[in-house]
Ligand binder design. Structure first.
Ligand code: GLN
Length: 208
């Protein structure tokens, strides 16, 4: 299994370490042709506007959108999550716009307002998942077709999945708990279903 990690900026080394511990080949991705042979892609945490500008300069936006639409599983953590979401409520940004949700960037304030929390994430396992939030975004709204995987104690949504796309507001790459990475690898190893190959649900599949 080859799961690339976007390596323009941010926490890519940490993701690569976690994936390698799970015996996965995890190449660093900087150029469009490096996407070609991947089974999955991770977009790390970091600074989403910086990463977006670099993605534009390196010509990665369209190829990643295309591959997601053809069923490539993609997981974004923190800034990586922001880049996957269609609607950013408090910034003007044209993201990859692949997931039907609305996020608020830097929702908890500045760097000093970073925190850690033990989350219930049922699909990842029964034991709580210790999650690190650093200038984290939150998911203000998950649209139809988007599965909510985890919330903070106050109900704030912090992890979602939409078919072959996965996003979380925290940094599993900063802990020794590999269960979230394993969950993504499970998604990668599942073949897309015949009638819904896209990573993105089409409007007609969303129902009313
Ligand atoms: N606040 C950052 C952003 O929106 C995300 C921070 C992070 O990835 N830890 O770009």
């Amino acid at each position: 299994m080859r799961v690339g990690v976007l390596a323009l900026q941010g926490t890519f080394i940490e993701h690569i370490d976690s994936l390698r511990q799970l015996s996965v080949e995890a190449p660093q991705i900087r150029l469009p042709h490096e996407l070609d042979t991947l089974d999955g892609l991770v977009i790390p945490g970091g600074e989403s506007t910086t990463m977006l500008r670099l993605m534009e300069s390196f010509g990665l936006i369209q190829p990643i959108r295309e591959m997601a639409r053809n069923g490539l599983p993609i997981w974004g953590t923190c800034a990586g999550m922001v880049l996957l979401i269609k609607d950013i409520s408090n910034y003007e940004m044209e993201t990859l716009a692949l997931m039907d949700a609305r996020v608020k960037r830097n929702a908890f304030g500045s760097q000093v307002d970073s925190f850690e929390a033990d989350l219930e994430i049922p699909p990842v396992g029964e034991d709580p998942f210790h999650a690190v939030f650093i200038r984290a975004p939150i998911i203000e709204e998950a649209k139809p077709g988007v599965e909510i995987l985890s919330r903070l104690a106050d109900g704030t949504i912090v992890a979602i999945r939409q078919n072959r796309l996965l996003a979380c507001a925290f940094h599993p790459e900063f802990t020794d708990d590999l269960r979230f990475h394993s969950y993504f690898l499970n998604m990668v190893s599942q073949k897309p279903s015949h009638n819904n190959r896209d990573g993105v649900l089409r409007g007609s599949q969303l129902g009313s």
